[in-house]
Design a protein around this ligand. Structure first.
Ligand code: NAP
Length: 242
């Protein structure tokens, strides 16, 4: 049974990824930070379906917590075959209003976390000379976003991290890819009003907001594909080309 760690698996996109991969027969470690009730509920309903799901509370921006989480994962499931770096936060603020704390937190949760998790599991993949890492970036990391400079910067960093690591790890048969979602219907966008959502839909060629499952389906494909690496796959209804 192949093993997967999904960061930020308690809600939104991460939850859909946990569900799709667990139902496909992977052994999944669902990482959460604050949403314990949600994580337990996902574990409960997937176990009822016969899936293998462990849950673990850790702040992915904290080295010690990430290290302990990966030790837990190895003890429960064996070495890690697949890492999905999904956990993330967003914040809307003008650059003028951004504080140093805002900036540092954004970098730590959305970018440094990928360094920490990848460092912890890489020896497993190098030993087996195979593995897959999928990092969640954003449309804003590709084309930039007003009033989200720190978010867009971190997500652009995710793309640089992905491409550089893909080149370095290719000879070890470890594939590293990124996904750049457009607007996906999750809690992250819950504070955007109905009117604004309608306006955004008009900017998107496919005229609709994406669903977490749209991203999860691509991840399901990417973990099984053998010849894709260093790519940034935009799943955004065409918003990025509009
Ligand atoms: P969401 O519904 O707000 O869920 C965020 C997830 O990240 C939650 O499971 C949360 O865990 C976890 N998380 C946040 N901070 C964490 C930390 N310090 N340590 C561990 N876990 C942490 O967001 P989403 O929309 O599913 O977003 C998932 C990823 O997609 C993010 O990287 C986001 O930037 C990216 N993305 C989203 C969109 C979109 O439109 N939704 C678009 C582009 C990119 P707890 O709830 O347990 O705290």
């Amino acid at each position: 049974m192949k093993t997967v760690v999904v960061t930020g698996g308690s809600r939104g996109i991460g939850k859909a990824v946990v569900e799709i991969l667990a139902r496909k027969g992977y052994a999944v470690l669902l990482n959460y930070h604050t949403s314990e009730k949600e994580a337990k509920e996902i574990q409960r309903h997937l176990r009822e379906e016969g899936c293998f799901v462990e849950i673990y509370k850790a702040d992915v921006s904290q080295k010690k917590e990430v290290k302990e989480m990966m030790e837990f994962a190895r003890n429960k499931m064996g070495s890690i075959d697949i890492l999905i770096n999904n956990a993330g936060i967003s914040q809307i603020k003008t650059f003028a209003d951004l504080t140093e704390e805002d900036w540092d937190k954004m970098m730590q949760v959305n970018l440094k976390s990928m360094y920490l998790t990848t460092k912890e599991i890489l020896s497993d993949m190098l030993q087996k000379q195979e593995g897959t890492i999928i990092n969640i970036s954003s449309i804003w990391g590709v084309i930039g976003a007003s009033c989200e400079v720190h978010y867009a910067t971190a997500k652009a960093g995710v793309i640089g991290f992905t491409k550089a690591l893909a080149k370095e790890l290719g000879p070890s048969h470890i594939r590293v890819n990124a996904i750049a979602p457009g607007m996906i219907q999750t809690d992250m966008n819950a504070n955007i009003g109905k009117e604004d959502i309608e306006k955004i839909k008009q900017e998107i060629p496919l005229e609709c907001i994406g669903k977490p499952k749209d991203i999860a389906k691509c991840i399901e494909w990417l973990v099984e594909d053998q010849y894709t690496t260093g790519q940034v796959i935009s799943i955004d209804g065409g918003w990025g080309i509009a």
